[in-house]
Design a protein around this ligand. Sequence first.
Ligand SMILES: [Zn+2]
Length: 245
Amino acid sequence: MIDPKKLSNEKVDILAFGAHPDDIEDGCGGLLVKAAKRGYSTGIIDMSLGELSTNGTVEERQKEAQAARKILGAKFRENLEVPNNFFFNSRELQDVLVKAIRAHKPEMVLVPYYFDRHPDHMATGNLVREALFTSGLIRYETGQEKHRPTRFLFYMMWNEFQPSFILDITDEFDTKMKALLAHTSQFGGGKGTRKTIDNDADTLKFFEARARNYGFPIAKRYGEPYLSINPIGLDDPMGFIPNFF
Ligand SMILES: [Zn+2]
């Protein structure tokens, strides 16, 4: 696991956590692109280096992750170097997460949905949620100011949920896919690559199909679903996207 002293202190409006170096792109890439376009600062924390992945070396994957970060418009992308597939909760891991949250002071945090086929995705949502609570406790001392974000959302990976809202990503979908495809070792296929679900030609079609599936109910071409623990409050009663009736 990383020494938390190596983490940057860059404040961002939105902080997205992923289990592996290419999770964010699929789960909340559209939101990150849209937020950056609207002037919000965004950052990414990947929990692990994905060292148990079937294809690609750790070095290749880190290069790809930084290339994808630039496409998404995020200010930084850090890696906590938690052992791939062994995301056990511990005081040490919680301390690293709390220090990262307090360092970046996000107002919104995004994590993978807490039920998922991949144990690392599932663990990430729960581990970060615990750390967000501890981060708001004044008596948990790290030499930093306490911080608890005001907005917390789950994004979708493998398993589906009934969304609390769907974000229109019609204008961001192409950029999201470009960021995903920047992970060439995972999605590129090609010579010497082992066959996986990620580099199967049907998988990219599935990503588009899912975005269309969530765009349709909000009368848009592409949508990205989110789940909130709390109801989403509105200020303007007309402040949502006009829809079919
Ligand atoms: Zn993953």
